[in-house]
Design a protein. Structure first.
Length: 89
């Protein structure tokens, strides 16, 4: 925990991100497409939360059925060109 705190202080000093009133975590000033807005930030947080829930559900499914998720839903883990002969496409 101490190393993480020290690294955060170092990054703040290196990037000139002292704790200002307009500071947003993760905002490093790189937005070449100009897509930064409060709506986009909220969408990114929501997408991250959905992804975390999906990973937990995959792990739960593997634990319940004692079968790797890759074997249960092989269509999601195979190259698309290998699925043509299996009747998926």
């Amino acid at each position: 925990a101490l190393a993480v705190y020290a690294e955060s202080l170092y990054l703040d000093l290196q990037l000139g991100l002292e704790r200002r009133s307009d500071y947003v975590p993760g905002m490093l000033g790189f937005d070449p497409l100009g897509q930064d807005s409060p709506l986009m930030r909220e969408a990114e947080i929501l997408n991250g939360r959905v992804a975390m829930v999906a990973v937990v559900l995959y792990a739960a499914e593997e634990a319940i059925f004692s079968e790797p998720i890759v074997r249960e839903t092989a269509i999601f883990f195979e190259p698309i060109w290998t699925l043509q002969g299996q009747g998926w496409l």
